[in-house]
Design a protein around this ligand. Sequence first.
Ligand SMILES: [Zn+2]
Length: 506
Amino acid sequence: MFTGVVADNIVLSYKPLVYARSILIHDGRVVYAGDPGFVEKVVNLFGGDLYDYGSKTIIPGFIDPHIHIDGLALEEKIVDLRNTGSIKEIKELLKKYAEKTMGWIIGRGWDQEKLVEKRYPTRRDLDEVSSTRPVYIIRVCGHLAVANTLLLEKYIDRELFNRKLVDPVNGLVYEDAVHKILDKSLALQELEKLLKKIMEKILSMGITGLGWVSANLQGLLAINRFTERKPWTRIYLEPNTFSQWLELGLPPGTLGVDGVKILLDGSLGARTALLTKPYKDKPDTVGTLNIDPEKLEKIIVDARNNRYHVAVHAIGDKALDILLKTYHETGCHGERIEHASLVRNDQLEKIRELETHIVTQPGFILSDTWIMERIGLERIKWAYRIKSLAKHSKALGFSSDAPVEPVNPWRNIYAAVSRGEYEELEISRYTIEEKIGIKEALYHHTRGSAKTLYIEDRGCLEPGYWADFIVVDRNPLEIMDPRELYKISILETWVNGEKAWSRQGI
Ligand SMILES: [Zn+2]
């Protein structure tokens, strides 16, 4: 059986730019692109459906290679603290949530820079919200959190105190402990239930495929049990789950597992991204390393020996040095680097030599409004070098890193094209040369992202590729003012040649 799709503008590929008037789909893949008359003839002859979208535009579906689905699930039950201006306001929002719910009270998105108190909240602040239920609030970057006294005393493993990842005095929780504690709040059944909502949302944003990073065993189970419509999914397990997984001796690709995601440093927001020279606005710190280089090397070698891939989070330029050195010394070509937010010129050359895949988040440009104060004028040129990374990496993909940033691919396209120009962000003035065009940005969120996931037959609509596409009401390639990108409406999302989501409902 065949499916025929006809529209005035069907973008088969961005690089080179190729349009067609129709495509023919068989067994989930595009088998022909071109003459609508021929497509109609085949559908009539062999049976199947013909979809005529008239003046609408069809483009390849977006791919998000670095997204935290479990984080998004929690988001559904988490109080949004992103716009809070004081600790008092945080407390009020949490109390309001607590009145209507039971169990953990979780908030996320606060940023001490935006709070009038200009300090981190403490466990004593949270004890005022509740002393009988766990209260937990995560900073906007996801690398720092605060727990109330009950949570500290009853729910946190000793090991995390011993490793100094939890400060018992103020209740601060650092780095990988942030998620270890959070994981305890969500049960498998609850996650499975929430997946329906999340996958619908992701499809409605035009995302047809994704890389779930830092998944744990529970996440792996949940996604494989979930049989409803969803984008295709590749999994990068968090290191502990991954080492258990390797012991099973299963080949790569089983249950969608492609590899391991390792957290090398922190974030610029929390001043934990590892820099060569101290932070401009906190000269006594250069950030932190989350894993020692020998352990990093061991995980990478183990993964590669078993033919699994590695995706390593490196934000600061020093973290990137360590990672590039490790990739070089272990002979790892073509592996993934997540973020690469600060990249020096000498590192660009190494990225080229090592044929690295980079997964960047253009949306960070819009969110990191404080970046100039953090790193100063000399280093601002190293920040979010999208054009340079596109040139030097083997593959460059765009991702949201949701729930760190919203799941909206248009936001990434907009940010890569405008670099904060319309928001009058300083970074836009100093990094104009890193701007790219809409066509290039769309390429990196589709074919480029597929490549970062080592997928050779997705991300465009040429014959032979999987038919993953979206129907939109305007052709993004005809937009002159990037702010108009946000107004594009996604009408339908197709995955593997089947309609998976429609604005009208299916
Ligand atoms: Zn992430």
